[in-house]
Ligand binder design. Structure first.
Ligand SMILES: [Zn+2]
Ligand SMILES: [Zn+2]
Length: 365
């Protein structure tokens, strides 16, 4: 593949750098990364945005002319099962993906990194993060998020003030037939009212609410850290491998018979052909680190200002007065949403990590 490292024959003498096959490869690789990114964004953010919801329903309308009705019904049934009922599909998918990434890390990267004399502390860090992450993942899945029942309804009603905009007083949940405390919401997936409801997370198959937001945040933090650590270890491994092998000092003959200098594009392709699984893993964990990092920053921001995702979502809808679904009777008073629950950073974080009602419930037992 390589045509000897003769420095005299470098690029100047071969200005014609038409490397079409290499571009094809890179275009495909970036397309893969873009698809992974788009897939995640569509699942996580898309389902919450009106514009994208409209786009999806229009797309579905076009598809409805092409796809037979029985297939459409089947797809709708599957989507309903996946996103509107409690099921372990995403929990299992989560564990499979995590298992695949860690298997690849253990079988290939770990051994190769040891040969390149990486520090063992550095190599064991992803395992440590995995253990902590699995603990918080399990806690997020199994902890009661703060289900409102006849027994604790009165206690929850006293926790937060009613703002009369987003959470009016004396409203009953028509399904549970319980009075709705401020900041609570009925989860249609779990069919229960949850105190300080944040959102229903399919990845943990549970609501995120007053009593498990702390576990969910810790889970998110350790998951981001483990993806980022793995991205760093694998990238450093590939870079060190390139530096040690002197590949970047060599030349090669391209498809048109020209001698070419090895550049970054060639190196990526070379690494991909030599270590396909590792390069795919790097692509996956880098995209994942950015997405999780972004979502973590958003969640920490909401925690710092003491707002739930549900309130943020409703607040942004109230703010968007141009949206047709937001049309209010013209006589109504202009109602601006104001966050009345924020009492400073430390107090806000304390509320999440040491929920007062959880302590009270424990004392009662
Ligand atoms: Zn309810
Ligand atoms: Zn739920």
């Amino acid at each position: 593949m390589f045509g000897g490292g003769t420095p005299e024959l470098y690029a100047e003498s071969y200005p014609d750098k038409r490397n079409i096959p290499r571009m094809d490869f890179l275009v495909l690789f970036f397309l893969y990364l873009a698809l992974v990114l788009l897939g995640f964004v569509m699942i996580c953010v898309g389902s919450k945005t009106h514009y994208l919801q409209g786009l999806i329903s229009r797309g579905a309308q076009i598809f409805s002319y092409i796809i037979p009705e029985c297939l459409q019904r089947a797809v709708l049934r599957v989507l309903h099962y996946l996103f509107h009922t409690r099921n372990y599909t995403f929990v299992i998918l989560h564990l499979i993906l995590q298992g695949m990434v860690y298997t690849e890390y253990t079988w290939e990267i770990f051994g190769l990194c040891q040969q390149l004399e990486f520090s063992l502390y550095y190599l064991f860090l992803p395992y440590l993060l995995l253990i902590v992450n699995l603990v918080f993942f399990t806690l997020s899945c199994v902890t009661d998020p703060g289900t409102i029942t006849k027994a604790n309804e009165l206690l929850f009603l006293q926790v937060y003030e009613f703002d009369e905009v987003m959470f009016p007083k004396n409203v009953r949940c028509p399904t549970c037939d319980l009075r709705k405390p401020a900041r609570s919401k009925h989860c249609s997936v779990c069919n229960r009212c949850v105190h300080r409801f944040d959102h229903h997370c399919v990845w943990v198959n549970n609501c995120v609410g007053a009593w498990n937001t702390r576990y969910f945040l810790s889970y998110l933090l350790t998951l981001t850290a483990s993806a980022a650590t793995m991205a760093v270890v694998s990238t450093v491994f590939l870079v060190r491998l390139v530096v040690m092998s002197d590949v970047y000092l060599q030349t090669y003959v391209d498809d048109l018979g020209h001698l070419q200098v090895v550049d970054t594009v060639f190196l990526v392709q070379y690494l991909f052909l030599t270590f396909p699984r590792i390069v795919f893993l790097v692509g996956f964990v880098v995209v994942l680190s950015f997405l999780l990092g972004g979502y973590l920053c958003f969640s920490l921001y909401l925690a710092a200002i003491n707002q739930t995702t549900n309130e943020w979502y409703k607040g942004s809808r109230a703010w968007c007065q141009h949206c047709p679904h937001m049309a209010r009777p013209p006589a109504a008073e202009p109602q601006a949403y104001r966050n009345i629950h924020s009492h400073g950073l430390w107090s806000n974080l304390r509320e999440i990590f040491l929920p007062a009602t959880a302590r009270y419930e424990r004392k009662k037992k």
